[in-house]
Design a protein around this ligand. Structure first.
Ligand SMILES: Cc1ncc(COP(=O)(O)O)c(C=O)c1O
Length: 424
C-alpha cells in the first residue's frame, strides 16, 4: 500500500490540503453561461402549448443532421430507445444474434434482449477499450443480424476493420454513438459510418439535455421512414397502425434547451481535447513506475473525450478512488461489472475469464474529470493527488533546450500523441 501524505501536523496546513476539490462534472458552470437563453427557450415552449415533438423538435433534427452531415436525424426519448428503435427498424427479433462489446453501458445489450434476440459479447482492444474487430469476426455466426460497435468514451470504433466484417456477413452496423457526438472517422462523423447511429442526450453526455432524450441518424431513406413511424407507435395517419412501434418522442422543452446548447458543442469538444492534452503533459511530468496508463488519442479521426479514463495497473484502483474521494476529487468507474457477467444475463452462460481484456478493464480503469469548463488548476490538483497517492516523484525539470523543443503551437497535440506511453 502506498503512503498517502495528505494530513499536516496538528495546527498546520499541508500544501496539499490547500488544493481545491474537483467535481467529476459541473453542469452548473455550463448553465451559468446559458441561463438566460435557456429560460427564454423554455418560456417560448410553455407559451406555445406544444410540449411533445413540434417545431422545436423538427428544427433540432435539422440542425443535428447538418452538424453531423447526415441526411436524417430522428429524435426519440433516450439513447436506450434509440438502440431499441434501430434494432426494431432492422427487423431484429426472437432468436437472432447481435454482436456487441461487453464493456459498455447496459442499454447496448438490453435493447437486444428486449426484442428476444441474443447478445453475443466480444472482447475489447486493451489500448482503446473499443470492441476488438478480430473477436467480432470470430463471434459473427449465421444467426447474426447486426453488429453494434460502441464508440466508447468519445472515440470511434475501428470502422475500417468492422465494415468489411459486416459486409462479408451481410449484416447492418448499428453505431452506439451515445458517448461520441461529433467524433469522426477519416473526416466523417460517427452516426454516419454504419446503417444507423444511436445518440443520447443524457445530461452527462457531451450534448446533454435537461433530462432524458436521444436521437438516431441514418443515411438510408427506408430506415429513416421506419424510425419516424416506430417512435410514434407505428401510427400513420393518426390512429391507424400498420406496424407496432413504441412511444418514444422527444419533448419540446428538451429540444428547445438542446438548440441553445448545440451551437456551443464544437467549442466544448475542443475544450475537452485541450483538457485531455493537458492531462497527458501533467501525467508525463511524474514517474509513476508504470502504474498509471493514460489514454491515447485517435489519429484516424476526432476523439471527443466524453470520458478521460486512466488504467491503474497495480491493483490499487479502488484505493486510489477512495483517496481521491477523500480529497474531494470526483471519479467514476465505467464499468465495474462487464455485461457478460451481469446477474440478469447469467442465463446466457458467460463465465469469468471469457473476455479477459474486458474483465481487466473493469478492474483497472478510472474516469477523471474532463468536462469543458474544467480549469487548468483543477487538472493540476487531480494529477497531484494521484502522484501523492503513489508517492510518485516529479521527473527532473526540463532544461531550457528541452522546454524550447516542447513549446510552440504543436506542444499540446504532441503530448496527446505521447500519451500512449506507459508513464514511467
Ligand atoms: C454507450 C451508451 N449506450 C447507450 C446509452 C443509453 O442512453 P440513455 O441514457 O440516453 O438511455 C448510454 C448512456 O448512458 C451509453 O453511454
Amino acid at each position: 500500500m502506498s503512503s498517502v501524505t495528505t494530513s499536516a501536523a496538528p495546527g498546520q496546513t499541508a500544501a496539499s490540503d490547500l488544493l481545491p476539490a474537483v467535481p467529476l462534472l459541473a453542469l452548473d458552470r455550463q448553465h451559468a453561461v446559458l441561463r438566460e437563453e435557456i429560460r427564454a427557450a423554455v418560456d417560448r415552449v410553455c407559451e406555445s402549448g406544444r410540449f411533445v415533438l413540434g417545431p422545436d423538435v423538427t428544427a433540432l433534427e435539422e440542425e443535428l443532421a447538418a452538424a453531423l452531415d447526415v441526411p436524417h436525424a430522428i429524435s426519440c426519448a433516450s439513447g436506450s430507445d434509440a438502440l431499441l428503435l434501430a434494432l426494431m427498424a432492422l427487423g431484429v427479433g426472437s432468436g437472432d444474434e447481435v454482436v456487441l462489446p461487453s464493456y459498455t453501458f447496459f442499454a447496448t445489450a438490453s435493447a437486444v434482449t428486449r426484442l428476444g434476440a441474443v447478445p453475443i459479447f466480444a472482447d475489447i482492444d486493451p489500448e482503446t477499450y473499443l470492441v476488438d474487430p478480430e473477436d467480432v469476426r470470430r463471434k459473427v455466426s449465421r444467426r447474426c443480424r447486426a453488429i453494434i460497435p460502441v464508440h466508447l468514451f468519445g472515440r470511434t470504433a475501428d470502422m475500417d476493420a468492422l465494415r468489411p466484417i459486416a459486409e462479408a456477413a451481410g449484416v447492418p452496423i448499428v453505431e452506439d454513438a451515445a458517448q461520441s457526438i461529433l467524433s469522426t472517422w477519416h473526416g466523417r462523423c460517427s452516426g454516419g459510418l454504419g446503417d444507423v447511429g444511436c445518440f443520447s442526450f443524457y445530461p452527462t453526455k457531451n450534448l446533454g439535455g435537461a433530462g432524458d432524450g436521444g436521437f438516431l441518424t441514418t443515411t438510408r431513406d427506408d430506415l429513416a421512414k421506419s424510425l419516424r413511424l416506430l417512435r410514434v407507435h407505428g401510427m400513420e395517419p393518426r390512429y391507424y397502425h400498420d406496424l407496432i412501434g413504441i412511444n418514444s418522442r422527444l419533448d419540446s422543452i428538451q429540444a428547445a434547451v438542446l438548440r441553445v446548447k448545440l451551437p456551443h458543442l464544437d467549442a466544448w469538444t475542443t475544450s475537452r481535447q485541450h483538457n485531455a492534452a493537458r492531462y497527458a503533459s501533467l501525467f508525463a511530468a511524474y514517474d509513476f513506475a508504470g502504474r498509471v496508463v493514460v489514454p491515447t488519442d485517435e489519429s484516424r479521426g476526432r476523439h471527443v473525450w466524453n470520458q478521460y479514463v486512466i488504467r491503474i495497473t497495480d491493483g490499487q484502483r479502488d484505493s486510489l478512488r477512495k483517496h481521491l474521494a477523500a480529497c474531494g476529487v470526483g471519479t467514476e468507474i465505467y464499468y465495474p461489472v462487464p455485461l457478460h457477467l451481469q446477474v440478469c444475463f447469467s442465463h446466457l452462460g458467460w463465465r469469468q475469464g471469457d473476455l479477459p481484456q474486458t474483465e481487466r478493464a473493469a478492474e483497472e480503469t478510472l474516469a477523471l474529470p474532463i468536462f469543458p469548463e474544467l480549469r487548468a488548476d483543477e487538472q493540476h490538483t487531480v494529477v497531484a493527488r494521484i502522484a501523492e497517492f503513489f508517492g510518485a516523484a516529479r521527473k527532473p525539470a526540463a532544461t531550457p533546450a528541452t522546454r524550447a523543443a516542447a513549446s510552440g503551437p504543436h506542444f499540446l497535440r504532441r503530448m496527446v500523441g505521447r500519451a500512449n506511453e506507459v508513464i514511467s
